[in-house]
Design a protein around this ligand. Structure first.
Ligand code: FES
Length: 91
Protein backbone atom coordinates (compact mmCIF):
# COMPACT_ATOMS: atom_id res chain seq x y z
CA UNK A 1 0.00 0.00 0.00
CA UNK A 2 1.17 3.50 -0.81
CA UNK A 3 -0.17 6.60 0.98
CA UNK A 4 0.19 10.05 -0.48
CA UNK A 5 -1.71 13.30 -0.89
CA UNK A 6 -3.50 13.98 -4.16
CA UNK A 7 -4.77 17.52 -4.67
CA UNK A 8 -4.88 18.07 -0.92
CA UNK A 9 -6.61 14.78 -0.05
CA UNK A 10 -4.72 11.89 1.57
CA UNK A 11 -5.27 8.66 -0.34
CA UNK A 12 -4.13 5.04 -0.16
CA UNK A 13 -3.43 2.87 -3.18
CA UNK A 14 -3.33 -0.90 -2.75
CA UNK A 15 -0.65 -2.84 -4.56
CA UNK A 16 0.48 -0.07 -6.95
CA UNK A 17 3.61 -2.01 -8.08
CA UNK A 18 4.96 -0.19 -11.12
CA UNK A 19 1.68 1.51 -12.02
CA UNK A 20 2.60 4.85 -13.66
CA UNK A 21 1.07 7.89 -11.98
CA UNK A 22 -0.30 9.20 -15.29
CA UNK A 23 -2.30 6.00 -15.79
CA UNK A 24 -3.53 6.05 -12.21
CA UNK A 25 -4.66 9.69 -12.43
CA UNK A 26 -6.59 9.32 -15.68
CA UNK A 27 -7.92 5.76 -15.50
CA UNK A 28 -8.51 5.30 -11.79
CA UNK A 29 -9.18 8.83 -10.55
CA UNK A 30 -10.75 10.46 -13.62
CA UNK A 31 -8.25 13.34 -13.56
CA UNK A 32 -8.01 13.76 -17.31
CA UNK A 33 -6.23 17.10 -17.16
CA UNK A 34 -3.02 15.07 -17.05
CA UNK A 35 -2.40 14.30 -20.72
CA UNK A 36 -0.47 11.52 -22.44
CA UNK A 37 2.04 12.26 -25.14
CA UNK A 38 5.37 10.53 -25.61
CA UNK A 39 5.39 8.20 -22.59
CA UNK A 40 9.15 8.62 -22.21
CA UNK A 41 9.39 11.78 -20.06
CA UNK A 42 10.24 14.07 -22.98
CA UNK A 43 7.14 16.08 -24.00
CA UNK A 44 5.83 17.00 -20.50
CA UNK A 45 2.17 16.64 -21.52
CA UNK A 46 1.75 14.61 -18.33
CA UNK A 47 3.39 17.12 -15.99
CA UNK A 48 2.26 17.22 -12.35
CA UNK A 49 3.80 18.69 -9.23
CA UNK A 50 5.30 16.35 -6.64
CA UNK A 51 6.12 18.15 -3.41
CA UNK A 52 5.97 21.38 -5.42
CA UNK A 53 8.41 20.24 -8.11
CA UNK A 54 7.39 19.58 -11.74
CA UNK A 55 7.58 15.88 -12.64
CA UNK A 56 6.48 13.91 -15.73
CA UNK A 57 3.90 11.44 -14.41
CA UNK A 58 4.30 8.94 -17.26
CA UNK A 59 7.56 7.59 -15.84
CA UNK A 60 6.71 8.00 -12.17
CA UNK A 61 5.47 4.83 -10.41
CA UNK A 62 2.72 5.30 -7.81
CA UNK A 63 4.75 3.06 -5.48
CA UNK A 64 7.38 5.81 -5.26
CA UNK A 65 4.98 8.43 -3.90
CA UNK A 66 4.83 7.34 -0.26
CA UNK A 67 4.38 10.43 1.92
CA UNK A 68 4.56 12.84 -1.01
CA UNK A 69 2.10 15.47 -2.18
CA UNK A 70 0.89 15.35 -5.80
CA UNK A 71 -0.91 18.25 -7.45
CA UNK A 72 -2.55 17.98 -10.86
CA UNK A 73 -3.99 20.81 -12.94
CA UNK A 74 -7.35 20.05 -11.32
CA UNK A 75 -5.82 20.75 -7.92
CA UNK A 76 -4.59 24.26 -8.52
CA UNK A 77 -6.62 27.45 -8.31
CA UNK A 78 -8.45 26.97 -5.01
CA UNK A 79 -9.75 30.55 -5.26
CA UNK A 80 -11.04 30.59 -8.83
CA UNK A 81 -9.18 29.69 -11.98
CA UNK A 82 -5.39 29.61 -11.84
CA UNK A 83 -3.62 31.37 -14.77
CA UNK A 84 -2.51 27.95 -16.05
CA UNK A 85 -6.13 26.74 -16.07
CA UNK A 86 -7.20 29.92 -17.88
CA UNK A 87 -4.51 29.32 -20.52
CA UNK A 88 -5.75 25.76 -21.10
CA UNK A 89 -9.33 26.96 -21.50
CA UNK A 90 -8.23 29.73 -23.88
CA UNK A 91 -6.43 27.00 -25.84
S1 FES B 1 3.81 11.75 -21.80
FE1 FES B 1 5.48 12.87 -22.56
S2 FES B 1 6.59 13.40 -20.79
FE2 FES B 1 5.00 12.13 -20.05
Amino acid sequence: MTKFTLNGVEIEVDNPAALPLRWFLREQRGLIGTKFGCGIAQCLACLVQVDGQPMPSCQLPVSGLEGKSVTTIEGIGANGLHPVQEAWIAG
